[in-house]
Design a protein around this ligand. Sequence first.
Ligand code: NAD
Ligand code: UFG
Length: 335
Amino acid sequence: MKVLMTGGAGFIGSNTAAAVLDAGHDVIVLDNYCNSDPGVIERIEQVGGRPIVDIRCDVTDREEVRRVFREHKVDAVVHFAGLKAVGESVQQPVRYYRNNLDGILTMLEVMAEFGVKRFVFSSSATVYGGDNQVPFTEEMPLGECTNPYGWTKRMGEQILRDAAAADPELSVVLLRYFNPVGGHESGLLGEHPNGVPNNLMPYIVQVAQGKREKLSVFGDDYDTPDGTGVRDYIHVTDLAKGHVAALEYTLDHTGVEVVNLGTGHGVSVLELVQAFEKATGCTVPYEIAPRRAGDIAQCYAKVDKAQKVLNWRADKTVEEMCRDSWNGRNTKAGQ
Ligand code: NAD
Ligand code: UFG
């Protein structure tokens, strides 16, 4: 298969590109590098062992995207391209809706024009909202999202469902990621947020590096075993293999399939800090801080459907997630 990956230069996209190459498929990365660096392309090729096609392009630029489809025979699309900072989405909702929804609409229009029928979408566990009981299952009614970023995922899913209902040949897999962490075990494909990290693991890494003084643990009075928030952290290379399985699934499937990509295990903030210290030998000073607005106590997946439908499950341990997050800390382009 020749797979077009929008946002393929980002954290999850770059790891998935390497896994897709490893599975014997060809890769085209389309990215505008608004949250990534062109230097990653060389590292994807190094890890994947083969050259890829890389195109600097905005996924909302329909003429440019049409040109890509004219020049390359695309068999399937994995759509990672999107803005993902929850807090920023509250400050800049219109930019988030424009970028994240326009990207999907543009891809669907151009795919229809060129007869491309396979689409894998980066959705998020955030669509379950705060009112559902854990573990989250794909059949649950979806809750209210707490921010515009979450709504772009929820609306994106709806757009794709409607598109698939109207075109019986379309195959759409909506992958609901839980909390992706880690990096490629080579240390070459890691996570590098711009500015102050919002997410727990990159923040822990920066504290361990001495770039930040201490971690603020957002709340220790949740209804969880140690009072801190519980999440389903998943190693990004496991997540990447989930995309390979989803792509192969689209070969003899039509309609929409929703699949959770998580481990099925909840880990608290303090458990993650301890696992990180054990895996790396670093110390992570922390203080207990007030709860963060919009956070829920627990979020973890029921993963039976991924096993059944995609024949996929996550294998990597929390220690491996911590080790590989740490190993990837210095791999921005040029370093
Ligand atoms: P990332 O920011 O590292 O990667 C996204 C990539 O998309 C970047 O390389 C960016 O430059 C590119 N991009 C953004 N807008 C674009 C546009 N208009 N045209 C072309 N390229 C564009 O993020 P990630 O962590 O790799 O996430 C990938 C996808 O998975 C996103 O859609 C994100 O919302 C979703 N997701 C991420 C998480 C997470 O915790 N990382 C959780 C759930 C869902
Ligand atoms: N946390 C801290 N201190 C920090 C950062 C986070 O204590 O500095 C805590 C949070 O309160 C939460 C846990 O660590 O309990 C995980 O927080 P993250 O920000 O890493 O992840 P979230 O589960 O809040 O959100 C992530 C993505 C969202 C996505 C959601 C569900 O950031 O984009 O998972 O998939 F929508």
